[in-house]
Design a protein. Sequence first.
Length: 399
Amino acid sequence: MARALRGARPVDWLRREAGAVGQAVAAAWRGPGRERDLAVQSLKAAGAGLLAWAVAGVWLGDPMALMAPWVAVVLVQATVYSSVRQAGQQFGAICLGSLVASGAQAVTDDTTGALALSLPVLMLLGNWSRFGQQGVYAATTAVFVLAAGTPVSAAAVGHRIGQAALGAVIGVAVNAFVLPPIHLRDVRENLAALAREAGEVLHTVAGDLRETEWDAQTAAGWTGESARLQRRVEALASARSWSRESLRLTSGPLRVLYPAPPPPPPEEEDQRWTRVTGNITELTRTLSVAADENRTPATPEGPVLRLYARLLKLIGDSCHAEAGRLLGQERVAGRPPDEKDAGDTAEETEETMDELHRRLQQGLREHAGLGAEQTSVLGSLLLQAENLWAEVVPEPLDR
């Protein structure tokens, strides 16, 4: 029985992996997206390698046409700029590897001795920051050069370097002129995901606050959810960086041949939703402190807490609406609308928000007579909710 259970785990893992692959293939088939971009990039790399082999091995008749397709495949990168930059780095590393390997072979006149002499030196030189991530190709080039067993000569070294240059030119050209990668969609998708997940966190907090009992463990869950939002902010920053880089060297004639996708939202949107994330983090931290039995602040109770939960629910709804706007949809896919949402207009939501805000302000005044601890917590929570609402829907609440 135990053996059967142990055997089931690899099967389950394979089933999950097969399902993930199937979903990726289906997503690439359905329409534009990260999966299709990856498929296009992979096919372009394969095409660049085949083209380099056809030129070097078939057309030029080179019996050792290895360098050209190898370099061409590697240099079809996620952006044209990174292809050009890495082409220079890799070409420099290959030249270094060819020269050092050939010199070591001339000194030792033995393949093993030449490898022992050149590899330590090349691995150390490959750490030079100017090579970036391409420094390792100096050592791998030396292995290819020495394993080929060709005699050492200036012509042989020049031949290898020429093959590398041919592959670099083909790889960069294919990446630049055949569907050049322009990553503008990722920014919009990450922004929409950040807005959607911010709404989900607020809905979770609102739902838990409406419960009769919640404790430090519940608050710890909110803190974990807000930490997930921080990771989404980092992913958004990375997507914005890729977006900027993908537009370098793709302007002018290339953009005429292949019009770019619609531009991403302005960077002010990134800053706005970063502030929203910070406010949610502060809100959950305040609730965590209030829920800690060893801390002085006390949580507000009763009707005022339910009013606050309704306020967070409305702000979460607005976050979801913003996510839909960013994606150009009325609603976020996968979020079923309820009847109340369908009937609410923006004006009704504003009126509800104003009413909740007035009632919470009244509750704050009432709590002032119960003690400073509860008043400070409620005041802090109300301020954070106001900050959130001002960012999500930049229209001030009635005071």
